[in-house]
Design a protein around this ligand. Structure first.
Ligand code: AP5
Length: 224
């Protein structure tokens, strides 16, 4: 069950991918999270990516594709994965098809999260994220932490991403329109596209996704 989550920044892809990962026992592959980890670890790749991420620009296709290829060869993704933030360009979409065919897998769905840009700016400007590895996501108005500034799950400090300021969000939206929005047609022509109204409350969005994907298998196996 390899699934792609498409949509603009702030559409709720990370929020839903985390929920689906828990409900369906599938790994959540967020290229944004992977890149931010490389930046924190100050790897060669992370140092190269840091300025691009902060400016709201995409990192080069060949670099991110090699990271995803490595990740999709790891055994925990053999039964599927939730791809959040990848692919983002036509090059990446074609590369993903190739990578999956190399490991004997294929995509079962590409969900397109639809939400208008004013709502994106509202969501991102209120987003606070746990600094610790779990990266739990909150929103000051719609999903506030129980204790201000602290993660409900681990007590870690919450912070705002450096690329979440309004001018950078507008730029990320422009990049999305130019580079990523055309992927919907790519997946529609493959018969894989499912549109999700991401303006609905998060619980409703989760229910809709689960309704399409099916529940987790019962212990001991069974159909999805
Ligand atoms: P990435 O981390 O992937 O950022 P993004 O795509 O811009 O998406 P976001 O994480 O901003 O939003 P989201 O849709 O996950 O929303 P969330 O669930 O947090 O990428 C960052 C950067 O890395 C890129 O700009 C680029 O530089 C680089 N990069 C990454 N992948 C790359 C690739 N493949 N190629 C090249 N470069 C790459 O929700 C947002 C807020 O809304 C939260 O506060 C949440 O609580 C709230 N919320 C969520 N759902 C709802 C709801 N239904 N109702 C109300 N509020 C909600």
């Amino acid at each position: 069950m390899h699934v792609v989550l498409l949509g603009p920044p702030g559409a709720g892809k990370g929020t839903q991918a985390r929920r689906l990962a828990a409900r369906l026992s599938l790994p959540h592959l967020s290229t944004g999270d992977m890149l931010r980890q490389q930046v924190r670890d100050r790897t060669v790749f992370g140092r190269r990516a840091a300025a691009l991420i902060e400016a709201g620009r995409l990192v080069p296709d060949a670099l991110i594709t090699s990271v995803v290829r490595g990740r999709l060869r790891e055994p925990d993704t053999a039964d599927g994965a939730l791809l959040d933030g990848f692919p983002r360009t036509a090059f990446q979409a074609k590369a993903l098809d190739l990578i999956l065919s190399e490991v004997g897998a294929s995509l079962c769905a590409a969900f397109e999260f639809t939400v208008d840009e004013d709502e994106v700016v509202r969501r991102i400007s209120g987003r606070h994220i746990c600094r610790r590895d779990n990266g739990h996501i909150f929103h000051l108005r719609t999903a506030p932490p129980r204790v201000a500034g602290l993660c409900d799950h681990c007590g870690g400090e919450l912070h705002q991403r450096a690329d979440d300021v309004p001018a950078k969000v507008r730029h990320r939206l422009a990049v999305f329109r130019a580079e990523s929005a055309p992927l919907s047609a790519y997946y529609a022509s493959a018969g894989l596209l499912r549109t999700i109204d991401a303006t609905r409350p998060a619980d409703e969005v989760t229910d809709r996704l689960i309704a399409v994907l099916g529940p987790a298998p019962a212990a001991g196996g069974g159909p999805r």
